[in-house]
Design a binder for this molecule. Structure first.
Ligand code: CUA
Length: 228
């Protein structure tokens, strides 16, 4: 999760988020190079006192400064498209979790396992344990196995919500009347925090998401202790 003074991306906990971070750094590097070059040129223009009285056109330079930026953009466009399709690729998920957005909490259904379902509300500040995270902890966590492909189905019951967990690179809108799909693979155990990120009303800020990433055998134990 994010802690004090962390202004960048969170550490990745999934291969897709790792790729997203690589792409971010790549795009940012190109952005910085362009900004420095253009900034330098604009700055130096202030001190330029040369004038060419006969300059009316320059077809070669115009060809160059039209085509060159187009080529630079390709270096962003192709990795971007690669990532886009990679994020959408679903590879035989072993668990499916359905997340339903409500005003203002999430409810979850493990339809693979005899309909385990529960609501997940934020823990209010005055009821928080000493080691709890304010505005971020919930009463019922999602438990999911690490090192497994997981499919998430997202929808909503009232208005549009968004199921967003930054460390996993997941951000999917829950829309009433629709069922959106995404997937991820958690490559380490731990707690992963997320928040709704679609402005969904007065308590939009108070419907966090907590995923408990556990080893597969622990997950099976949790599932069997919850089956009715
Ligand atoms: Cu639900 Cu914002």
């Amino acid at each position: 999760m994010s802690t004090w003074a962390n202004l960048g991306l969170q550490d990745s906990a999934s291969p897709l988020m790792e790729q997203l971070i690589f792409f971010h750094d790549h795009a940012l590097l190109i952005l910085v190079m362009i900004t420095v070059l253009v900034g330098y040129l604009m700055f130096m223009l202030f001190f330029n006192s040369y004038i060419n009285r006969f300059l009316l056109h320059g077809q070669l330079i115009e060809m160059i400064w039209t085509i060159l930026p187009a080529i630079i953009l390709l270096f962003i466009a192709f990795p971007s498209l690669r990532l886009l399709y990679l994020l959408d690729e679903i590879n035989e998920p072993s668990v499916t979790l359905k997340s339903i957005g409500h005003q203002w909490y999430w409810s979850y259904e493990y339809s693979d396992f005899n309909d385990i379902e529960f609501d997940s509300y934020m823990v209010p500040t005055n009821e928080l344990e000493n080691d709890g995270f304010r505005l971020l902890d919930v009463d019922n966590r999602i438990v999911l196995p690490m090192n497994s492909q997981i499919r998430i189905l997202v929808t909503a019951a009232d208005v549009i919500h968004s199921w967003t967990v930054p460390a996993l690179g997941v951000k999917v809108d829950g829309t009433p009347g629709r069922l959106n799909q995404t997937n991820f693979f958690m490559n380490r155990p731990g707690l992963f925090y997320g928040q709704c990120s679609e402005i969904c009303g007065a308590n939009h800020s108070f419907m966090p998401i907590v995923i408990e990433s556990v080893p597969v055998n622990y997950f099976i134990k949790w599932i069997s202790s919850n089956i009715n």
